[in-house]
Ligand binder design. Structure first.
Ligand code: HEC
Ligand code: HEC
Ligand code: HEC
Ligand code: HEC
Length: 462
């Protein structure tokens, strides 16, 4: 070996050694140390899994930190929606949601929150345990469909653990898995094989186990997703209308209502991030440093608290800019949602007022209630979704816009039922007239009534 060859050799060795060290260091940062302990068979308790994966357990326990951080609309404090936005009390009249309805917080609190809300009573079914605990799947296996209709409190000694590692992971391989019976059923009905999902898709599908719209099937009270026709707000409505489903009657307008749950996965599916293959976990479980390793954050929370890790992996703009993008979208959605709330409130008042008139036309009243149902379903869908529209801004504004139109149509139909024109006051002596040429046209294609307009009423009301 000549002198220069020797030097090259040495330099190469130093470089290789350097690379090993650098990469060695890096890979130490990327994989969490796994202890020699194993997860006891059948264990569903995060604390047991945490002995094997201490960093993930520590990360998950950070969910106990409660703050609204950088959020304007989200955050982890369980604040009352009703105190913040009292019109909800009127819109939900007749529902338990009008009495107790708080903002959601970390998974770790799921069990505590479901057992303490006044919405859960002696009449509640075990369906309500579904998204709160890893113990549900085993009980459904044991009890079959009897599980769902069992009184809620009958199972309180068997359901003792909040959402845990076992909800999302296979204990042997730690691969992501779907344990939710309702999601497995929904996929089966749509002919989708749960084993066909890619790893990236699973980073969304584990969340779709719970962050979805559902109802309790009439006979069994089984938690069921309205996915027969697809994932949009209109698809779900089509399904509910087809089976003649209602969650209850509105206490003021007597409208047969639909109550939305939290269609986070469905709304997200219509958005630009889903279209680009960005998963829930990309934003809500970014890679972070925990202890000495780098792991997927299990402090699942608002991504506004981790913009660098959650967003700047793809977006080059500053943290401040990205935060303002999110809040800017949310401000627009919030304002449009308030417009819809006013329209709904007016529609309810109009239906209640018309209902007091013994001559109110039944078919117009029925139409008014049907429009109220459709309009409020759209409001509730967006209002109950957790991102204030960020998951799919364009679709959100489309749904709210449709809702505003439907709510004003409901109001017009109620006016027309008692012969009041679009701008008029009800005249109890006037009998029944149609609003032909005024209210009807504005109602945008609602079926015209057959009667001729009563000019007397018109003079009085214009
Ligand atoms: C592109 C990033 C991104 C993706 C993908 C994403 N989210 Fe979000 N999510 C956000 C942002 C931003 C907010 C608003 C947070 C806020 O207002 O503080 C949010 C809010 C939420 C909230 C309410 C959080 C709070 O603090 O109140 C939940 C729950 C949620 N998302 C669940 C999901 C689920 C489930 C999925 C997948 C189906 C998903 N997200 C996909 C960015 C994302
Ligand atoms: C709500 C679902 C969910 C829960 C609950 C959950 N994880 Fe995860 N976990 C994930 C997702 C999503 C990933 C990312 C997986 C991927 O990218 O393939 C992940 C990744 C991991 C990994 C792989 C390394 C990494 O950091 O990406 C380990 C180990 C892990 N989790 C352990 C745990 C432990 C231990 C618990 C309970 C203390 C737990 N997880 C609870 C969803 C969950
Ligand atoms: C087993 C059901 C279940 C699964 C699986 C699940 N969630 Fe949740 N999630 C809930 C429930 C229930 C709450 C509300 C808990 C409360 O308020 O007590 C919640 C709350 C949240 C919050 C609000 C946290 C806060 O601090 O305000 C976010 C964000 C969230 N989930 C995102 C996700 C993401 C992302 C996934 C998938 C990786 C996921 N969830 C999987 C049931 C689930
Ligand atoms: C894995 C990559 C990825 C991550 C992570 C990600 N985004 Fe995006 N984002 C995209 C892509 C791709 C688009 C679509 C860009 C396009 O088509 O022009 C997009 C679009 C957007 C838009 C435009 C939305 C619209 O409807 O037009 C905003 C705002 C945005 N992202 C904000 C965020 C924020 C805030 C976060 C973190 C909470 C985030 N993104 C995380 C990839 C990502």
């Amino acid at each position: 070996m000549g002198k220069s060859t020797k030097r090259i050799f040495l330099l190469t060795m130093i470089f290789l050694l350097g690379s090993v060290l650098v990469f060695g260091c890096k890979s130490q940062l990327e994989t969490a140390p796994r202890t020699t302990a194993t997860i006891p068979e059948g264990s569903l308790d995060s604390a047991e899994w945490g002995k094997v994966y201490p960093d993930h357990y520590a990360s998950q326990n950070k969910q106990k930190e409660q703050t609204n951080g950088n959020s304007k609309y989200g955050g982890s404090l369980p604040e009352s929606h009703l105190e913040k936005n009292p019109v909800i009390i009127k819109l939900y009249a007749g529902y338990a949601f009008s009495e107790d309805y708080n903002d959601e917080r970390g998974h770790i609190f799921a069990l505590e929150d479901v057992t303490s809300t006044t919405r859960v009573t002696d009449k509640t079914f075990s369906s309500c345990w579904n998204c709160k605990s890893p113990q549900v799947a085993g009980l459904v296996e044991k009890m079959g469909d009897d599980f769902w209709s069992t009184p809620f409190f009958d199972l309180k000694d068997e359901i003792t653990l909040p959402i845990s590692c076992a909800n999302c992971h296979d204990p042997e391989t730690m691969n992501l898995r779907i344990t939710s019976v309702p999601l497995l059923n929904a996929l089966k009905e749509r002919g989708i094989d749960p084993n066909s999902f890619s790893r990236q898709e699973m980073r969304t599908m584990v969340c779709a186990q719970c962050h979805v719209e559902y109802h309790f099937e009439e006979e069994t009270k089984r938690v069921t997703f309205p996915w027969k026709y697809g994932l949009t707000v209109d698809d779900a409505e089509k399904f509910y209308d087809e089976i003649g489903f209602k969650d209850g009657n509105h206490a003021e307008s007597q409208t047969p209502m639909l109550k939305a749950q939290h269609p986070d996965y469905e709304l997200y599916s219509t958005g630009i991030h889903a279209a680009n293959g960005v998963a829930c976990a990309d934003c809500h479980m970014p890679y972070v440093k925990e202890g000495t390793s780098k792991i997927s954050s299990h402090h699942i929370q608002s991504p506004l608290n981790t913009i660098a890790e959650s967003c700047q992996t793809c977006h080059r703009q500053s943290e401040e800019y990205l935060k303002n993008q999110v809040i800017g979208i949310q401000d627009q959605v919030f304002a449009t949602k308030q417009t819809l709330e006013r329209a709904l409130s007016d529609a309810i008042d109009a239906i209640v007022a018309a209902d007091k008139n013994p001559n109110a036309k039944a078919d117009a009243m029925e139409k008014a209630r049907d429009l109220h149902r459709k309009a409020q379903w759209r409001w509730d869908y967006i209002s109950s979704e957790n991102s204030m529209g960020f998951h799919s801004p364009t679709e959100t504004l489309r749904v709210l816009g449709q809702g505003i139109d439907l709510a004003r149509q409901a109001q017009l139909q109620a006016h027309m039922a008692i012969g009041v024109t679009a701008t008029g006051e009800a005249n109890p002596d006037a009998g029944i007239t149609s609003g032909k040429g005024t209210a009807n046209e504005a109602a945008g294609g609602a079926t015209p009534t057959k009667e001729e307009p009563d000019t007397k009423t018109k003079e009085k009301t214009d």
